[in-house]
Design a protein around this ligand. Structure first.
Ligand code: FAD
Length: 411
């Protein structure tokens, strides 16, 4: 038997959930998700802490972070920007906090709490959720979707919102299905590439540091000894290389530059001279060098520093020569790594590329090709840096698509 709705949202990620919440305030809504749960990716965001937004209330500054394509967001952000997003969650009892870099997290630091508050609203608004359901067919007539088929079930609606996400981390359900459907419906898909991707590193010693997080460091990118870019903040060593916020943000540039050298400044607050002066003061005692090192680098890095500086671990610090001291400073101010390419979609945080912005009305999220189709979230050709920007796009576009889908002429 065919079931009828006003709006069908396809994809139960943050964008689809927000769209379903907004449209269900005025209409009968179905949310279709192929996983046994909704929000699978949302649960792993921000190391399961969910950096749900970016508390930058000057929209121009957010728009800039998306490059040239960012201007698409001016109008949507003016309707539902970061301030409104934080308000939306706070109103639903989810207390939030702002961390360094204006990153917004739930106060509980649990992504589960973000999903819980969304699920509660879906339930309150009586959204019918179809889980474990994969769409097998779109029935389209005269530039309008009439119904979708889920195996042997058929559901119809007046408006459809496509929020199936990108191709990054496919294990969470984001396998890029929506791009293929949109393409079949006549949409142009801007070339899909993994974005915010961890970087492979050649040096084996770096792999030995897997699991180590470095906070407040500066990473600079060098191509043929010329500095091309740099970031300050947090990075992480992994079993294949490096990751963490500043590395992910540098990924796109590194992808364009090809093989480059990374230099990690472990002491960015002190310049060469000041660091050297500190060592001159410190090296008056008669500790062994290896016993002094924990005062300046994490325990896990000691072997690495000893190997690179080639100073005997048992050498007394008061007998370290000027040349050795300068070498320690040079190592701490520029720990060198050689990149060996980027990882792919399996490890990427988001997808760059997607539904061509020219074919979406930015005021309504409506397709310019199919009359009753709307888009929300990562499926759209927008990708931002780390810091809550990408989830912000989901909430913003989901909110607008949700409202506009209920205003559809046919409703
Ligand atoms: C490890 C990780 C950490 C991240 N951390 C952050 C962070 O802290 N802050 C931030 O801003 N961004 C973060 N992101 C990015 C953010 O998670 C995504 O931008 C966001 O989830 C995209 O939301 P979406 O709703 O568009 O798509 P998705 O979250 O990908 O959801 C799409 C949904 O559609 C479903 N679907 C797909 N195909 C079908 C189909 N055929 N039928 C039915 N359902 C289908 C999928 O199963 C999925 O549930 C992170 C991403 C990753 C991978």
């Amino acid at each position: 038997m065919e079931k009828e709705f006003d709006v069908i949202v396809i994809g139960g990620g943050p964008a689809g959930i927000m769209a379903a919440i907004k449209s269900s305030e005025k209409a009968r809504v179905a949310l279709v998700e192929k996983n046994p749960i909704i929000g699978k990716k949302l649960l792993i965001t921000g190391n399961k802490r969910c950096n749900l937004a970016q508390a930058e209330f000057n929209h121009k500054k957010i728009v800039e972070k998306f490059g040239k394509k960012g201007k698409f967001l001016f109008s949507p952000l003016s309707i539902f920007g970061p301030k409104e997003t934080i308000g939306f969650f706070e109103k639903r009892g989810l207390k939030t906090k702002i961390e360094r870099g204006k990153r917004v997290f739930p106060l509980s630091e649990k992504s589960q709490d973000v999903l819980r508050s969304l699920k509660k609203t879906l339930k309150k608004n009586k959204v019918e959720i179809f889980l474990n359901e994969k769409i097998t067919k779109f029935n389209i007539r005269k530039k309008k979707i009439e119904s979708i088929e889920l195996g042997n079930k058929k559901i119809s609606a007046k408006s459809f919102i496509l929020a199936t996400g990108g191709k990054a981390y496919p294990g969470t359900g984001s396998t890029g299905d929506g791009y293929n459907w949109a393409k079949k419906m006549g949409h142009n898909i801007i070339s899909l590439k993994p974005a915010l991707v961890p970087i492979k590193i050649k040096e084996n010693w770096a792999k030995g540091l897997a699991g180590l997080t470095l906070k407040n460091v500066k990473v600079s990118v060098f191509k043929n000894d010329i500095k091309k870019d740099s970031r300050f903040g947090e990075m992480l060593f992994t079993h294949f290389g490096v990751s963490g916020p500043i590395i992910l943000d540098l990924g796109k540039r590194i992808g364009e530059l090809g093989k480059v050298k990374l230099k990690i400044d472990l002491k960015p607050v002190l310049d060469f001279k000041k660091l050297d002066q500190r060592f001159q003061r410190d090296f008056k005692g008669n500790k062994n060098f290896k016993n002094y090192l924990p005062e300046i680098v994490p325990q896990k890095m000691i072997t690495t520093i000893l190997r690179i500086t080639k100073i005997s671990p048992n050498k007394k610090i008061n007998s370290i020569t000027k040349e050795e001291r300068k070498n320690i400073v040079k190592t701490l101010k520029g720990l060198e790594l050689t990149t060996d390419g980027l990882l792919g979609f399996n490890q990427a945080i988001i997808t760059s590329g997607g539904i061509d912005l020219k074919e979406i009305d930015s005021k309504t999220m409506r397709s310019k090709i199919i009359d009753n189709l709307f888009f929300a979230g990562e499926i759209i050709d927008l990708d931002g840096p780390t810091g809550g920007y990408n989830l912000q796009v989901c909430w913003t576009t989901g909110y607008i698509a949700g409202i506009e889908a209920t205003k559809n002429r046919a409703l």
